[in-house]
Design a protein around this ligand. Structure first.
Ligand SMILES: Cc1cc2nc3c(=O)[nH]c(=O)nc-3n(C[C@H](O)[C@H](O)[C@H](O)COP(=O)(O)OP(=O)(O)OC[C@H]3O[C@@H](n4cnc5c(N)ncnc54)[C@H](O)[C@@H]3O)c2cc1C
Length: 476
């Protein structure tokens, strides 16, 4: 690293917050290795600013030295977007020290928080203040709100409350030039031109650094009930979704589908979780009913819904959680699928969306296509059916070396799955983003005019390509 850049970084954040490989006692691998262990880069330095002014000073120092920056939150992203490449020339900008809740405005139903706040701590802060912050995903114990916004994260409550984008009213951003844009508005209406907030949300650190956000809060529901149902087909699962929407209206806050193989690996690797009803059915569904009246009301609604579903042959068996602990247990099973998959071995992940109505046909066609092309391949299919979002993951045939399978088949499997997604008018990334894993695929599946506009925006906001280069948009 040039002496000038090191000096400028030391001045910006203090020497103790600039970590480099020059110090033999410092291990940078936590910042250099992605969550799925798909990539291990090498950072020029890891810099940990404590406030927005420090972030701006770091960005200016890097811009002056021509060094590129990789913003990082909890480093739980699944598309290799938050770790440096292997050139040893990139500065990792870790936001985790910026974890203050700046302001809660109960009457406006908002709170303003810094980018490094861990999602779970924000849920807890909201609850202590008597509110719900509904963003919820399995990585919530370590991912940060800055990362959630930068990837426009989804999770389990999108059906009712929307993605991270819908939960955000305003942002504070440090631009690629090191200026601070204060857009921390708590306004629900503001039609004064282009929506810059929407530009930065989902930009995966490629346009600027999110340093704070003003987020929506909701009243806490009076009761939350969870049910687990065995369904005979995916068509039945889609019909059950429609029925649940009719019966529960806005109370339906979660609707997850899980294929039998996905549940079998949870049962295999985490037997203590006691997965219900999975052995005799191709799919199970997890439903959540959030009620503003009472638990009795929620339970009565659920019972009526399930009775009708049994009568219509949409459900073959079901359990309703009797307590909050049981409900958490059922959600824990659903959230353990990615972990069980990691235990089962490396796999090819797809986070896709398809119009809900077309999901059964998509799965029938794509399951058969993959079996034809790669006999014995195992499909870990689960996801947020209510949002048309499937995690359609492909695991090596039983007994086959997972690493070898990945090396040999990844690009072919991706082509087959993404080709099917395109035929069904879907998206190759529903909620995880593009990162560097999918940046080369984007030009094949994104509308060319949209892609051209995206390149123009990148050029206008970050003309020297210093903000997370090669992520979202492949390098020119
Ligand atoms: C077990 C597990 C389950 C998951 N489940 C879901 C799920 O249900 N739904 C879902 O949407 N995602 C899910 N994810 C992935 C999800 O994208 C991340 O968990 C989360 O949103 C990223 O937050 P993070 O703080 O870890 O960001 P990081 O991983 O650190 O970064 C992600 C991207 O955002 C950029 N970034 C981070 N912070 C900032 C910032 N302050 N300003 C600008 N750019 C920034 C990074 O450069 C990178 O491109 C899951 C991940 C895991 C490991």
């Amino acid at each position: 690293m040039s002496v000038d850049l090191l000096t400028a970084l030391h001045q910006a954040v203090g020497p103790s917050q600039v970590l480099t490989h020059d110090d033999p006692d410092t291990d940078l691998s936590a910042w250099e290795q992605d969550w799925r262990k798909r990539a291990h880069g090498r950072a020029l330095a890891v810099v940990r600013p404590g406030n927005t002014a420090e972030v701006a000073a770091v960005v200016r120092a890097c811009a002056a030295a021509g060094a590129s920056l990789v913003p990082q939150g909890g480093n739980t992203g699944l598309v290799v977007g938050s770790v440096p490449d292997d050139t040893g020339t990139q500065v990792v900008l870790s936001l985790t020290r910026m974890n203050a809740v700046r302001h809660i405005d109960p009457a406006n139903l908002t709170f303003t928080v810094e980018a490094g706040c861990v999602l779970q701590s924000l849920q807890e802060t909201a609850e202590k203040a008597g509110f719900l912050f509904p963003l919820s995903l399995a990585a919530e114990g370590s991912c940060t709100i800055g990362g959630n916004l930068a990837t426009n994260a989804g999770g389990t409550q999108v059906l009712r409350y929307g993605n991270a984008r819908e939960l955000c009213l305003g942002l504070e951003v440090v631009t690629a030039q090191g200026a601070v844009w204060n857009g921390l508005s708590g306004l629900r209406k503001d039609n004064t031109g282009y929506d810059l907030r929407d530009l930065f949300i989902g930009s995966e650190g490629s346009l600027g650094v999110i340093t704070a956000a003003t987020l929506k809060l909701y009243p806490l529901p009076a009761a939350q009930l969870t049910a687990w149902a065995a369904v005979p087909t995916l068509d039945a699962a889609v019909a059950l979704l429609g029925l649940a929407q009719q019966h529960l209206g806005a109370g339906l806050t979660g609707f997850e589908v899980m294929g039998q193989f996905a549940l079998s690996i949870v049962d295999k690797h985490f037997p203590a979780l006691r997965v219900p009803l999975w052995q005799d059915t191709p799919y199970c569904v997890l439903l959540e009913n959030s009620d503003n009246e009472s638990e009795e009301h929620a339970r009565a609604q659920f019972e009526r819904l399930l009775e009708t579903a049994f009568e219509q042959g949409l459900v073959s068996d079901a359990v309703v959680a009797e307590s909050l602990a049981q409900a958490h247990g059922l959600w824990h099973i659903r959230e353990s699928i990615p972990l069980a998959q990691a235990e089962e071995g490396l796999n090819i992940k797809h986070d896709i969306s398809i119009p809900v109505s077309r999901i059964p046909a998509f799965c029938a066609e794509t399951d058969a296509l993959l079996q034809r092309e790669i006999p014995g391949v195992r499909l870990v299919n689960f996801g947020h059916l209510g949002d048309g979002n499937l995690h359609y993951n492909v695991q090596a045939p039983a007994g086959e070396d997972a690493k070898k399978f990945l090396n040999l088949q990844e690009s072919r499997v991706n082509d087959l799955v993404f080709g099917a997604v395109a035929r069904y008018d879907g998206s190759i990334s529903a909620e995880h983003g593009v990162g560097s894993l999918k940046a080369d695929h984007l030009p094949h599946y994104k509308d060319p005019v949209a892609l051209g506009l995206m390149r123009s925006i990148k050029q206008a906001l970050d003309p020297h390509n210093l903000m997370n280069p090669g992520r979202v948009l492949s390098r020119p």
